[in-house]
Design a protein around this ligand. Structure first.
Ligand code: DI6
Ligand code: FE
Length: 401
């Protein structure tokens, strides 16, 4: 079989959708050509190869490259001081309503040019890459003007040129109300729908459109307008839904065939049924749950029972989840949300790919997919979920390299 590289002597977790559990293959082989997987399976059943390079994995585990389907990692400044204030007793929503919180990050973000945004974001992206991430979603949403949202999305695209990683950009103009629109949320939504989405979509900067449907964010009526505009531009949508209260955002997302509804601590049965019916992925963010000391759990068991696919993400952002580790995210999902090891690993691979509308390209070890691999110094996949603050990544392969 024609190929340019073969990885041998590995325990594979293919995470293929039709396989049992994680689709474990003992003594497995993966072959790649031009950055795509052309063969995957047990060594005993492999065809003869004539590759330029054979990589002996020494019995290590190979999983699909990890995917972070929800980050806000391009922003200026940090919120360490706000963290201290919260430790002294202030609530996240109180701080946001008092003009701190997101608004302070918007000011710090607007103070940076594209190079500055890239410089501050790179260490965060590098931390994800160092743990095997090969695809990362990045949202705008701290610029909140056409100019600054554009800079954020341009910086995000540029990050994907500076590092061997696939970047998916999401426009989150409806993240917070900028100060200059205080008391005029509908006028700001007008700006998003009439100017920002049309311009940024035409510039090819948007892969999907998101909104923060919340008491401190936007109403479901305002979110609907954003979604209608996205639909008119043939852009898929996703939503920050039911994070701090139940605004019935998940059902709205389902109505628009959203890729995912994210957070979901306050999701109700009707929302679950709507998501299941429309095939919306539940993207769960245990880092945010942990960091804001939320006590209400997302309805994991009901989501599982309804067959809603569950993805996991860092939600990397300065206010509620200053987290750049998908390994720790998996551990938190297991310990805090009681997700199984198989669900955790599928959550940062196959289901994360599904949440980005990229399952035909990445997320599993299957013929025809991009050859994005994480090779781990472990014996069993459970070790990735079990340990805390330890990174057993041996090597990362992005598009066959
Ligand atoms: N939900 C969140 O948790 C973040 N954004 C959102 O829509 C918080 C963003 C921040 O506090 O900076
Ligand atoms: Fe978020």
């Amino acid at each position: 079989m024609e190929c340019d590289r073969v990885w041998t002597n590995a325990r594979l977790a293919t995470v293929a959708p039709d396989a049992a559990g994680l689709g474990i293959v003992e003594n497995g082989v993966i072959a790649a050509r031009d950055g795509f997987i052309v063969h995957v399976g047990a060594a005993s059943e492999a065809p003869p190869f004539d590759p330029a390079e054979i990589v002996d994995c020494g019995g290590r585990c190979i999983t699909p490259g990890l995917i972070d389907p929800h980050t806000h990692l391009v922003y200026g400044g940090d919120r360490a001081h706000e963290f201290e204030v919260r430790l002294a007793g202030a609530a996240y929503e109180e701080i946001a309503r008092a003009g701190g919180g997101i608004a302070s990050t918007v000011a710090a973000t607007r103070a940076l040019d594209e190079a500055g945004l890239i410089a501050t974001a790179l260490p965060r992206l590098d931390a994800l890459i160092a743990e095997g991430a090969t695809t990362v979603e990045i949202k705008s949403g701290y610029g909140l003007s056409l100019q600054h949202e554009r800079l954020t999305l341009q910086a995000a695209r540029r990050l994907g040129e500076l590092r061997p990683v696939s970047i998916r950009t999401t426009f989150l103009g409806a993240h917070a109300l900028p100060l200059e629109f205080a008391g005029q949320a509908d006028a700001y939504i007008d700006l998003i729908c009439r100017e920002m989405i049309p311009a940024l979509a035409a510039e090819g900067l948007i892969d999907a459109v998101d909104a923060f449907c919340e008491g401190i964010g936007f109403t479901s009526a305002q979110t609907r307008r954003v979604f209608e505009t996205a639909r008119a531009h043939r852009l898929p949508v996703k939503l920050h839904a039911e994070q701090l209260s139940n605004q019935h955002g998940a059902a709205l997302a389902a109505e628009f065939g959203a890729l995912s509804a994210d957070h979901l601590e306050y999701l109700d049965d009707a929302g679950i049924a709507a998501m299941a019916g429309a095939g919306v992925v539940a993207t769960l963010l245990p880092g945010a749950y942990y960091f804001v000391r939320e006590t209400r759990l997302p309805p994991i068991e009901a989501l599982r029972a309804a067959g809603v696919p569950m993805a996991l993400a860092t939600d990397c952002n300065p206010g509620t989840s200053p987290l750049t580790s998908l390994l720790l995210t998996m551990n938190m999902a297991a310990t805090l949300f009681r997700m199984t090891v198989d669900e955790c690993l599928a959550g940062v691979t196959r289901e994360a790919a599904r949440a980005l509308g990229q399952l035909d390209q990445v997320g599993t070890l299957e013929v025809g997919k991009r050859c994005d691999l994480a090779i781990w110094d472990i014996e069993r996949p459970a070790e990735l979920v079990y340990r805390m603050g330890f990174n057993p990544l041996h090597a990362r392969v992005w598009r066959g390299q």
